[in-house]
Design a protein around this ligand. Structure first.
Ligand code: HEC
Ligand code: HEC
Length: 252
């Protein structure tokens, strides 16, 4: 019992450190800029210089660089996005795209560089340019509500473990989060390519490692990938508990 308590206390501390966002990159906060003709032209110019090699001149994900990547570059014409603040099936907020472009995507087969060195105008131009490539400029996406992050307690962490079991996260991610669950070698994305569940223990998440980002991933799913949305299966409290449990699986 004593050992159990010690381990739990350690993981509570670990989850708390991670939840505070140790490696959260620049938060990419910048007021949304409207899609003017000028900004779109800047976006197109920047796209042709920085993005074509992977995402292709038409935005179809068929750039020459696609062969060196195990996770294929996004086809912007389909407008299906993984890293959103919006419900499953909805288009992302412009802010979501701005964040992806600023921070890039690392881990689990993805290798998209961060573009934080581009000016804010160039990044907002890119956001509107790829929104246009997907023909979704008239949509009005709305963010889901993310309740304030609760304090991590042992009881809530234990509940998070129960939720992880009940929602069968381990089927894909494995009991210890190593990405080695029984279904892990059988998963395909919408394009019918084989993909693998994230090894949670490594602690590198494409959409960011803060509690709020993980809440969004679990509540809204990663559209186009086998990772489902759990908004209909778990209460906000349960989602927060499983977020903190997931962070406690990251190896220190
Ligand atoms: C070295 C190749 C590479 C370059 C260069 C690159 N990307 Fe990507 N990008 C990728 C890959 C690979 C993915 C898919 C990653 C995944 O699904 O895990 C991706 C995905 C994305 C996504 C989808 C995020 C989501 O929520 O699904 C956006 C948006 C994006 N890229 C924008 C850009 C923009 C804009 C540029 C140019 C400034 C760019 N990328 C340059 C490789 C690249
Ligand atoms: C059907 C299989 C499946 C189930 C069930 C599943 N996941 Fe995933 N999950 C995936 C796949 C595949 C990815 C990788 C997506 C990618 O990298 O593009 C992923 C990615 C993730 C990520 C990384 C997100 C990021 O930003 O990189 C986290 C965290 C995660 N899942 C947590 C969970 C939790 C918690 C549960 C249960 C509530 C769960 N998953 C259930 C398949 C699954």
């Amino acid at each position: 019992m004593k050992t159990f308590m010690t381990t739990t206390a350690l993981s509570v501390a670990g989850a708390a450190v991670l939840a505070m966002g140790i490696s959260e990159q620049s938060l990419a906060q910048s007021a949304v800029q409207e899609a003017t003709d000028e900004l779109l032209a800047l976006g197109e110019k920047t796209y042709m210089r920085e993005c074509v090699a992977c995402h292709g001149a038409e935005g179809d994900g068929e750039g020459p660089g696609k062969y060196i990547l195990s996770e294929k570059p996004r086809n912007f014409q389909l407008a299906t996005y993984k890293f959103r603040s919006t419900p499953s099936g909805d288009v992302p907020l412009p802010e979501d795209l701005f964040k992806t472009i600023t921070n890039g995507l690392q881990g689990n087969g993805a290798a998209m560089p961060a573009f934080a060195s581009l000016s804010e105008d160039e990044r907002w131009g890119l956001v509107h340019y790829i929104i246009q490539l997907g023909g979704i400029e008239d949509e009005e996406p709305e963010a889901i509500e993310v309740p304030a992050e609760p304090e991590i307690t042992e009881a809530r962490l234990a509940n998070g473990a129960d939720v992880y079991n009940r929602l069968k996260c381990a089927t894909c991610h494995g009991d210890d989060g190593w990405g080695d669950g029984p279904s892990s070698l059988t998963l395909k994305n919408d394009a019918k390519e084989q993909v693998y569940p994230t090894n949670i223990a490594i602690g590198i998440f494409k959409g960011g490692t803060s509690g709020v980002e993980l809440y969004k991933r679990i509540a809204t799913g990663l559209d186009g990938s086998p990772m489902p949305s759990y908004a209909d299966e778990a209460s906000p409290d349960e989602i927060w508990d499983v977020v903190h449990y997931t962070l406690s699986l990251v190896e220190k």
